[in-house]
Design a protein around this ligand. Structure first.
Ligand SMILES: [Zn+2]
Length: 115
């Protein structure tokens, strides 16, 4: 028994515990960096000691591309795609934007107020 050996089953780093690991069910993804579409199983684990013992990252399959991480740089092409928890990963763009009426709320009308 050596308490100094890292336990690969309970470590906080590694391909299987990485939050950006590709999904268990293959889907078509697109990398934001190289704009390539491919099957998610091509996302591969790159060991990088700077992430700690057993550390690394999931990387884009395109040679020379530095895209990293499913749902980080690499996204499913299907906006309806859901993860194993049934959660959509794409945000619903239902909220209107651009109505910044509050920008006129800056008070400058009293600049000629009598002293
Ligand atoms: Zn890429």
């Amino acid at each position: 028994m050596s308490p100094f050996l890292p336990d690969p089953g309970s470590g906080s780093s590694g391909p299987d515990s990485d939050p950006f690991k590709p999904p268990p069910i293959v889907t078509v993804v697109r990398c934001l960096h190289c704009d390539q579409e491919y099957d998610s199983f091509k996302i591969h684990w790159v060991e990088d000691a700077s992430f700690g013992v057993g550390g690394g990252y999931w990387a884009c399959s395109t040679p020379g591309c530095d895209g990293k991480g499913f749902c980080f740089d690499i996204w499913p092409t299907d906006p309806e795609w859901r993860d194993e928890n049934g959660e959509k990963v794409w945000f619903d763009d239902a909220e209107p934007e651009g109505d910044e009426d509050d920008a006129d709320g800056f008070v400058d009308d009293d600049s000629d107020s009598p002293l």
